[in-house]
Design a protein around this ligand. Structure first.
Ligand code: SF4
Ligand code: SF4
Length: 289
């Protein structure tokens, strides 16, 4: 079952096809009311571009918000790890939303900014020790999914370092000894694919996208909740999701401008950089975000 679906509002206008980087991910089907465009889950990387492109509200996605609250209400022990972009997106209500989750029974609250610090440390170590230039960072599961499905020759170019989300989960399990189920408060539909990857299974159980989580909390007010915040300190990790954030962190932690080459953000990267395979021909120090 795929993460992206077409609903009954589809009028077959094809704008989703134009927005999509993946040939064959959108498939025309003839219905009584005319052609509609459905999604082939084997070819879709869940980048979400078609949700933005569709002007008819005909594309939907799935996450784990309903299941998370159902399991929480049954008394399952769950801790959350929180993408730094959640604070950036909801600066006034961040504490309020975390407080509501606390009141509903969430155990621990760990910011992924901490995991971003670990990721950057690992990048500095790996690049320094292996002189690994011309690589592609892999916090974006849509980019990784694209390379896995469409450009497997670039797999050796992927940086062999977990995303900040996974670094946070591994640290929380191994060093903080938190044995709860983890839910990721997430800016990204495709994170579900990273969570379910066989290499990562057992760490994170739920992908809670910002918009669906906030919609649920607004629809289900929690009486008596007090503002709460994330629990462990971090360094520069909160800037990680900003454009060029990894580069800034690399420079900030290493004190070096080693990565003075080209930096690309994920969508641009996928469409114009990775797709033309320039990464594989790059001689200089480039990391593609
Ligand atoms: S899913 Fe949206 S963009 Fe795609 S064909 Fe249907 S209406 Fe058009
Ligand atoms: S989510 Fe991305 S890959 Fe999947 S159909 Fe939409 S645009 Fe294509």
């Amino acid at each position: 079952m795929g993460l992206i679906k077409t609903n009954d509002k589809c009028i077959g206008c094809n704008k989703c096809i134009r927005a999509c980087s993946c040939i064959g991910a959108n498939v025309a089907r003839e219905k009584e009311r005319g052609n509609i465009i459905e999604v082939d889950p084997k070819k879709c990387i869940a980048c979400g571009a078609c949700l933005d492109a569709c002007e008819h509200g005909a594309r939907e996605y799935e996450d784990d918000v309903e299941k998370f609250f159902e399991d929480l209400s049954k008394g399952q022990k769950i801790s959350v790890i929180i993408a730094p972009a959640f604070l950036a997106n909801y600066p006034r209500d961040y504490g309020k939303y975390l407080g509501m989750l606390k009141k509903l029974g969430v155990h621990r609250f760990i910011s992924v900014s901490f995991g971003a610090d670990i990721t950057t440390w690992a990048y500095i170590k790996y690049i320094t020790e292996h002189k690994f230039y011309g690589g592609i960072s892999q916090p974006c599961p849509a980019v990784v999914g694209y390379i896995e499905r469409y450009l497997p020759e670039l797999l050796p170019k992927l940086m062999p370092v977990h995303s900040p989300m996974m670094c946070t989960a591994v640290y929380a399990r191994k060093y903080l000894k938190i044995n709860d189920k983890f839910a990721f408060i997430s800016p990204c539909i495709a994170k579900k694919n990273e969570i379910d990857d066989p290499n990562n299974q057992g760490y994170i159980a739920y992908n809670l996208t910002f918009s669906k989580l906030v919609a649920y909390l607004k629809a289900h007010p929690v009486n008596g909740a007090q503002p709460y915040t994330d629990e462990i300190e971090y360094g520069l990790g909160s800037i990680y999701p900003m454009p060029g954030g990894l580069k800034e962190m690399y420079t900030g932690f290493s004190g070096k401008m080693l990565l003075s080459g080209r930096w690309k953000e994920s969508t641009t990267c996928m469409n114009t950089f990775v797709a033309t395979k320039t990464v594989s021909r790059t001689a200089g120090p480039t990391i593609c975000l």
